[in-house]
Write a protein that binds this ligand. Sequence first.
Ligand code: NAD
Ligand code: IPM
Ligand code: MN
Length: 354
Amino acid sequence: MKARIVLLPGDGIGPEVTHAARDVLLAVGERFAHRFDLEEWDVGGVGCEGDGDRRPPDTVEACQGADAVFLGAVGGPKWEDPRLKRRPEQGLLNLRAGLKVYANLRPVKVFPCLAELSPLKAERVAGVDMLVVRELTGGIYFGAPKFRESLPGGGERAVDTLEYTDGEIRRVAKMAFELARGRRHKVTSVDKANVLESSRLWRKVVDEVARDYQGIVLEHRLVDSAAMRLVMQADSFDVIVTENMFGDILTDEAAVLAGSLGVLPSASLGAAGPGLYEPIHGSAPDIAGQGIANPIGAILSVAMLLRHSLKLEEEARLIEDAVDKALTAGARTADLGGKASTREMTQAVIAALS
Ligand code: NAD
Ligand code: IPM
Ligand code: MN
């Protein structure tokens, strides 16, 4: 098959992990005689200040014509000045909104050979296999009004708005129930319905959607107790569906189960158009440029790209199995307590592609 894939390496360790993921993608392409045409553009901090060489006039529009988009990470201390007009993170949010990828799938699976790396007791993390479906283009990230102002008597005020329509909730809830059908038939909807009006609407709509999925068990949990349960009884979760910011926070927490933030992938999907694939970690300024970043989250995001956007299930599984084999054989980057460089870890995965 032939596919056009846009790579957006971004900032910090973004380019390091993106190039690792690209190498795995090309190795799989070669093995199966697929032709992947790759284009690389600037995004994030690099994109904000870039000389324009690798920046198409409209990144979102250009991505829309691709079969899939892969993003490394954006942001870093260089662009943290609050007076900056353009923030790298805003570029990423614009891309997600522009591509209308409203559902962010973040699988959290514990590789058995990494179970002892978690600060939690191995028996608490063994067998964990959940899928967090994070709403991605609504909620407090996008609600209006959103502003900051000086107060007449001195001081300042800042406002963010947590807003959802029933339609936004329904489509992501449906996605979660559909995905639960192919898994263990359980959906946990996480909200803060004891306080937030938007969560009360969330709960009502999720209940309505559940009526069309009789074989699926639905439970509602409040986000604070869900956060605790995530470390106490993570194996009780199958599919979790939740608001944008709750999902952001809970998945970094869930990374503790997997042994490192560096191993978790994600896929962002909409009703039509290309999917957006990114590891869940950020640009990791503390280790950027050293060639030691863990590429597994990025590599597993490529597996999700092959599965969801290109419908290449066999190729996706091959990558997931290769990651498992490489880790089981002892390949480990520093975050997993090893000495392998990004390049060595990537080579170990490519060597295990058989
Ligand atoms: P981070 O995810 O970049 O890093 C948190 C910690 O995890 C750091 O100690 C880092 O070294 C480690 N880590 C992350 N990924 C790793 C990997 N692949 N291998 C080994 N270790 C890894 O979070 P942060 O430091 O809070 O944020 C840094 C910047 O990244 C901020 O500007 C933030 O906005 C941005 N960010 C971007 C994305 C994204 O592009 N999707 C996601 C999260 C944060
Ligand atoms: C993520 C990141 C982003 C988010 C930031 C960089 C906008 O934390 O992808 O998890 O909050 O969605
Ligand atoms: Mn995050």
